[in-house]
Design a protein around this ligand. Structure first.
Ligand code: ADP
Length: 624
C-alpha cells in the first residue's frame, strides 16, 4: 500500500477494517503486551469481552502464562522476526472451562514512526474443528488398519496399477507363504507364482473399470512351505476411491475354503463310488435268477429285484409298506415269525424254509436266507435276503421219504420173521449140541437187531419229516430209566459205563422216545471212542430241569461242526470217522424228540479229546 494513501485514510476506516475482518486480530503493546485493541473474533476466541482491553495479555488470559505464547511474543518483540504457527495447540478458558483449541496464527512486530518496535500484532484463525477431524481421521485409519491386521480373513490392499502391496495382514501373508518383506513390492514380484494365473489381470481390470470382482471357491496355486500347493478361496477385489472418486487402490479379502472344498470333493467322490457300487450290486441282483430283496429293520421291503416282483406279481408299491408275511402259508407263519424274531433279537443271519403263495396262487417251497447289514453302533440298517424256489427239491424229498417209509415198513415184517427163525435155529442147534453153528445163528440174530434199529431210524425220520411222529407223554422217573438203559448197554459194551450222578425226579415225556435218545448218546459215545474204555453218564437236577449227559474220551468234534451233527444225514467227515458205520440220523431224531418235548439238546467237545452230549427236559410240575 502506498504510504501516501495510508496517511490519507481516515483512522475510522482502519478501525472498521480491523473490527470487521473475519479473522481474529489484536494489537499487544509494550513488553507487557497490553491489549491495545482486540476485534470481536479474537475476543470470542479468548472467551472474553472488551473489558480485557487495556490489560496485559497474561492478566487477561492467565491460563496462557505457562504456555509457549508469552515467550514467542517476547522473541518477536525483541528480534522483530514475525512468527507463524500452524495448528498450534492452545489451552484457553472459555465460559469457565479449560479446553484445548488449535490455531493458525502470525505474530508480527508493530513499529512506531521512529521504526522502533512498540508492540506485536496478532492475526489468528481457529482451526480446532479441522485438527479434530484430522485426528479423528487418523484415528479411524489406525482402527481400520488394526481391523485389517487382526481380521479373521486374509486382507490386503494393493495401490496403483502396479498393485503395490501396501498392506497385508498376517493371514494374507500366510496364505501367500511369504513374510513382511513383500510389503511395498508389486504383487507380481511379491507372489511370483501368480504369473500365468488370472489374478493380476483381474486386479487390473477392477482398477480400470472400478467394478468389484468376487469369486467363490476359486482355485489358486501358491508356493507354501517351499512347494506349490492348490488352495481354494472365496475372495473379492474391491476398488478403493479417493475423494475425487478415482480408484487408487484395491482391497482384497479372501477366505481359505480349501478344507471345505476338499472334503466336499471327497464326499462327492465317495457318493459317486457308492452310486457305482450300488449300480453294480443292483445289476448283480437283477441278473440273478433268485428272488433278491432288502428290507428295513422292521421287515418291510426296501428293494425287490425284478424276479421277486414277477414271482409274486407285485409292483414297487409294495416297497416300504409290506413284508413277506402276506405270502407265507398260514401253517408256516408261526415258525417263520419265531425265526425272524430270534434273528432280530440277535441281529444275526437266518435261514428258513416255508411255503409262499406265488402269482398263480400256488404255495411253493422257498428257502430264504437273510443277513443283517449293521451300522457302526451295531444296529440293523437293513436286511439283505435271497429266496430260492426249492419246490422240486421238496417234492423229491417227499418222494424219497415216502419211499423210505414204505420200504422200511415192508422190510420190518420179513425181518421180524428172520429174527424169529434165527432164534429158533439158535435154540435147536444148542439143543443138538452144535454150539459152533449155534454161534452163527446168534450172530445172525445180533445183525438182525442192528438192521431193525437202522430201519427203525429210517421210519422215524420219515415220520418226523411228514409231521407224523407221535409222543405218548407220561410222568416217569428218569433216574430209573437211566439205570435200566446203562445196565442193558453195559452187557454188550467193552467200555466201562460209569453213572457218576443220578439224582433227578420225574419228567413228563414219552418214555420210549427219551430212552431212544439216551441209547443213541450211549451207543455214539462207545462208537466214536474206539481207543478209550470209559464213558461217564450223569443226570442232574437244576431245580427246573433234569440235565442228562454222556461223556466220552474219543474222537471229539471240530468246533464248526458241533451244531451240524443234529442235522438230518449229517456225519462228520474224517479218516477215522469214515471207518465207523452210521446213517447220520440218530442225533437228528434225538434233537427232534427233545425239542418236541420242550427240552434242549447240545454238545460240548474238543477234537481229539472227547465229547459230552447233553439234553435237558423240564421237570414235572406235579413232582416239584
Ligand atoms: P451216526 O452215528 O449214525 O452217523 P448220529 O446222528 O448219531 O449218526 O451222529 C451224527 C454224527 O455226529 C456222527 O456221524 C458223528 O460224526 C458225530 N458224532 C455223534 N456222536 C459223537 C461222539 N460221541 N463223538 C464224536 N462224534 C460223534
Amino acid at each position: 500500500m502506498d504510504n501516501q494513501y495510508y496517511e490519507k485514510i481516515k483512522p475510522e476506516s482502519l478501525i472498521n477494517l480491523f473490527s470487521q475482518a473475519p479473522v481474529a486480530l489484536a494489537m499487544l503493546m509494550g513488553k507487557d503486551f497490553v491489549i491495545e485493541s482486540a476485534n470481536e473474533q479474537i475476543l470470542q476466541i479468548w472467551g472474553k469481552d472488551d473489558s480485557v482491553i487495556g490489560l496485559p495479555l497474561v492478566e487477561a488470559l492467565p491460563e496462557i502464562k505457562d504456555q509457549a505464547f508469552p515467550d514467542i511474543l517476547l522473541e518477536v518483540y525483541e528480534t522483530g522476526k514475525p512468527f507463524r504457527g500452524y495448528k498450534v495447540s492452545c489451552f484457553l478458558e472459555r465460559k469457565g472451562v479449560l479446553g484445548e483449541y488449535f490455531f493458525d496464527f502470525v505474530y508480527s512486530p508493530v513499529y512506531d514512526n521512529a521504526n522502533q518496535i512498540i508492540g506485536v500484532s496478532v492475526v489468528a484463525t481457529e482451526v480446532t474443528s479441522q485438527v479434530k477431524s484430522e485426528e479423528q481421521l487418523a484415528d479411524s485409519e489406525l482402527r481400520f488398519k488394526n481391523l485389517i491386521l487382526n481380521a479373521d480373513y486374509s486382507i490386503a490392499i494393493y495401490r496403483g496399477l502396479d498393485m503395490i502391496v501396501e498392506l497385508a495382514n498376517d493371514k494374507m501373508l500366510r496364505t501367500w507363504g511369504k513374510d513382511r518383506s513383500v510389503i511395498g513390492m508389486p504383487l507380481e514380484k511379491a507372489v511370483p507364482e501368480l504369473e500365468g494365473q488370472p489374478f493380476i489381470d483381474l486386479l487390473r481390470k477392477v482398477y480400470t473399470t472400478g467394478e468389484t470382482y468376487s469369486a467363490t471357491e476359486d482355485r489358486a496355486d501358491l508356493i507354501v512351505d517351499g512347494k506349490l500347493q492348490t488352495y481354494f478361496y472365496n475372495f473379492s477385489y474391491k476398488p478403493i476411491r479417493n475423494n475425487r472418486n478415482e480408484v487408487y487402490a484395491i482391497l482384497n479379502m479372501a477366505v481359505n475354503v480349501t478344507d471345505m472344498v476338499n472334503s466336499r470333493k471327497k464326499l462327492q467322490e465317495k457318493s459317486e463310488k457308492l452310486r457305482l457300487s450300488e449300480a453294480k450290486y443292483k445289476g448283480l441282483s437283477e441278473a440273478m435268477p433268485q428272488i433278491v430283496w432288502t428290507s428295513a429293520a422292521n421287515g418291510n421291503f426296501s428293494y425287490l429285484n425284478e424276479r421277486a416282483k414277477e414271482y409274486f406279481d407285485i409292483t414297487d408299491d409294495f416297497i416300504g409298506a409290506k413284508n413277506f408275511s402276506i405270502f407265507i402259508h398260514p401253517e408256516d407263519l408261526p415258525k417263520v415269525e419265531k425265526v425272524w424274531k430270534k434273528a432280530v433279537k440277535k441281529k444275526s443271519h437266518y435261514e428258513i424254509e416255508y411255503r409262499a403263495k406265488n402269482k398263480s396262487g400256488e404255495y411253493i417251497w422257498l428257502l430264504t436266507r437273510a443277513v443283517p447289514d449293521l451300522d457302526e453302533d451295531g444296529n440293523v440298517n437293513q436286511w439283505i435276503g435271497t429266496s430260492i424256489d426249492i419246490n422240486e427239491l421238496k417234492i423229491l424229498q417227499a418222494q424219497k421219504d415216502t419211499f423210505l417209509g414204505i420200504a422200511s415198513h415192508e422190510l420190518k415184517t420179513p425181518l421180524t420173521s428172520i429174527k424169529l427163525y434165527a432164534q429158533v435155529l439158535d435154540r435147536m442147534l444148542t439143543k443138538q449140541g452144535d454150539s459152533k453153528t449155534a454161534e452163527y445163528a446168534k450172530k445172525m440174530d445180533e445183525q438182525v437187531v442192528k438192521l431193525t434199529s437202522l430201519i427203525g431210524d429210517l421210519l422215524d425220520v420219515t415220520k418226523i419229516n411228514s409231521g407224523k411222529i407221535q409222543l405218548n407223554e407220561d410222568n416217569f422217573n428218569i433216574a430209573e430209566l437211566v439205570d435200566e438203559i446203562v445196565e442193558e448197554q453195559q452187557l454188550t459194551s467193552r467200555h466201562k459205563i460209569t453213572v457218576e450222578k443220578n439224582s433227578v425226579g420225574t419228567v413228563y415225556a414219552d418214555k420210549h422216545r427219551v430212552s431212544q435218545v439216551i441209547t443213541n448218546f450211549l451207543t455214539n459215545a462207545v462208537k466214536y471212542s474206539p481207543n478209550a474204555d470209559e464213558v461217564i453218564v450223569r443226570s442232574e437236577n437244576d431245580g427246573a430241569n433234569m440235565i442228562f449227559s454222556v461223556r466220552d474220551f474219543g474222537l471229539g468234534i471240530p468246533d464248526n461242526k458241533k451244531d451240524k451233527v443234529f442235522e438230518q444225514y449229517y456225519r462228520v467227515s474224517g479218516e477215522e470217522q469214515s471207518t465207523i458205520p452210521g446213517l447220520g440220523l440218530g442225533l437228528f431224531i434225538a434233537a427232534q424228540i427233545i425239542e418236541r418235548s420242550n427240552g434242549k439238546i447240545w454238545v460240548e467237545s474238543t477234537l481229539g479229546k472227547g465229547s459230552t452230549f447233553f439234553f435237558s427236559l423240564p421237570l414235572s410240575e406235579r413232582e416239584n
